[in-house]
Design a protein around this ligand. Structure first.
Ligand SMILES: Cc1cc2nc3c(=O)[nH]c(=O)nc-3n(C[C@H](O)[C@H](O)[C@H](O)COP(=O)(O)O)c2cc1C
Ligand code: SF4
Length: 418
């Protein structure tokens, strides 16, 4: 299947160490055009394009920017979330390593639109090799006049710093990320106030994912209706999907939203390797739903995934085959969440550990049918009562497998009784 490359438009087409090559591809023309427009008009164009965040929550980007635009402050910030800690997500590193200048351009346009003069890229600790790529690109952009004072001879000034994360999954959550940049312990804040009103150092802040920001110059250059011609009604544009697990063609691919999940797995991914049969698929990363092989005819957009009991998230698709032990996969995921819970709130701090204990008990052959009710009830409590998205989403693999693979739990319990 032919990819549609909006986000990956420049990846592989220029040397990231050459700002000249990027410029020759039309790079920074979106920024140049933006600077000739009224900031409010750019925000309206973002709203009209239907661009939604690609970090997982799919919040409308133009609306987010309008909060920051509408809040009076002596300083505002643009923060790029490049933490990419969700298990099975590998798209942002491909974008940043191959096309750092489009990210810089997108951040500068965002800065101009909302009135921010400083930007931060919060880079995943495990991506140290991307740090020099970004820093060199920022230095080159500054030397060429695309960052710094009076960009393109205008009154607009904007600069970017890169900050390394510390290896904590929770620091991908936007307010924990802000705490981390401020040099504090990476724990989520209570919301409201939201970052658009009180973000980095208490100032109005736009936080957007890498992929979200790289869409921005393309929208400024080509217009909202062009962008809306890709994807489906409420979910415009493309998505960079990460295909992993037992697939012949694992990798990162860009397609219009609304592509069928079955096509992604079998036509793009090539199906399971080694002649194995597909057992299940986890969509939306480690905290996403695990669905079975009868559920694959899903249009890959946020609302259709939700209606079908799948997760869209950051577009991750991990395929398990019939040699995989599903309960072992669930145990691994719960170990991860137990380890990564920051401990600030009780439902998540205690709940993940308790869920893990029960899964281990069932795997060891000591489980009872009553344990399945406890798993369900505790999961629902955590989803309702946890402070941030980590504890709200971490029970999803359990809830979805209890629904879609109940026989696997029942068989493990019955085996233990013999
Ligand atoms: C535990 C947790 C981890 C997250 N990790 C990331 C991440 O690595 N990258 C990201 O862009 N968003 C992540 N998010 C979502 C962010 O909180 C936020 O919604 C996003 O950065 C907003 O950008 P967007 O509107 O462009 O998607 C995470 C959320 C939670 C709860
Ligand atoms: S849900 Fe978990 S990660 Fe989030 S604040 Fe509570 S303890 Fe911390």
């Amino acid at each position: 299947m032919q990819e549609t490359r909006i986000v990956l438009r420049n990846v592989g087409k220029y040397n990231p160490a050459s700002v000249g090559e990027f410029r020759a591809l039309g790079g920074y023309s979106g920024l140049q055009k933006a600077l000739s427009l009224d900031p409010a008009a750019i925000i309206e164009e973002m709203k009209a394009s239907g661009l939604r965040g690609r970090g997982g929550a799919a919040f409308p980007t133009g609306t987010k920017w309008s909060f920051v635009y509408g809040t009076e402050a002596d300083q505002k910030y643009i923060v790029c979330n490049a933490d990419e800690g969700e298990p099975a997500t590998n798209k942002d590193r491909v974008i940043m390593a191959g096309d750092p200048h489009s990210l810089i351009e997108g951040m500068a346009i965002a800065g101009y639109a909302v009135g921010a003069s400083e930007g931060y890229i919060y880079l995943r600790f495990e991506y140290p090799y991307i740090m020099p790529v970004l820093e060199n690109a920022i230095n080159d952009a500054r030397s060429a006049g695309f960052l710094g004072e009076h960009i393109f001879g205008s009154d607009f000034s904007f600069d970017i710093k890169v900050v390394s994360g510390g290896g904590a999954y929770v620091c991908g959550e936007e307010t924990a990320l802000l705490e981390s940049i401020e040099g504090k312990r990476g724990e989520p804040r209570y919301k409201p106030p939201y970052p658009g009103v009180s973000g980095l150092y208490g100032k109005p802040t736009v936080i957007n994912n890498v992929e979200t920001l790289v869409n921005v110059p393309a929208i400024v250059n080509n217009g909202a209706s062009w962008y809306r011609s890709f994807g489906v009604e409420n979910c415009s544009g493309t998505k960079v999907f990460t295909l992993s697990g037992n697939l012949i063609n694992r990798g990162v691919y860009e397609f219009p939203k609304g592509i069928n999940l079955r096509d992604l797995i079998f036509e793009v991914g090539g199906g399971c390797a080694n002649g194995r049969k597909l057992l299940g698929v986890q969509t939306g990363g480690g905290s996403g739903s695990i669905i079975n092989g009868d559920m694959l005819d899903i249009s890959m957009d946020v609302e259709s995934c939700e209606a079908a009991g799948a997760t869209f998230g950051a577009g991750d698709i991990m395929v398990f085959d019939d040699s995989n032990d599903l309960l072992e996969i669930v145990e691994n995921l719960m170990e991860f969440f137990t380890h990564e819970s920051c401990g600030k709130c009780t439902p998540c701090r205690e709940g993940n550990y308790r869920l893990l204990q029960i899964i281990r008990k069932i795997r060891k052959g000591n489980g009872t049918m009553a344990d399945l009710d406890t798993l369900q009830e505790l999961s629902e409590t955590m989803m309702d009562c946890s402070l941030c998205g980590l504890g709200q989403a971490s029970p999803t693999p359990i809830v979805s497998t209890l629904k879609n693979f109940r026989n696997v739990y029942v068989e493990a319990i019955e085996r233990g009784r013999k």
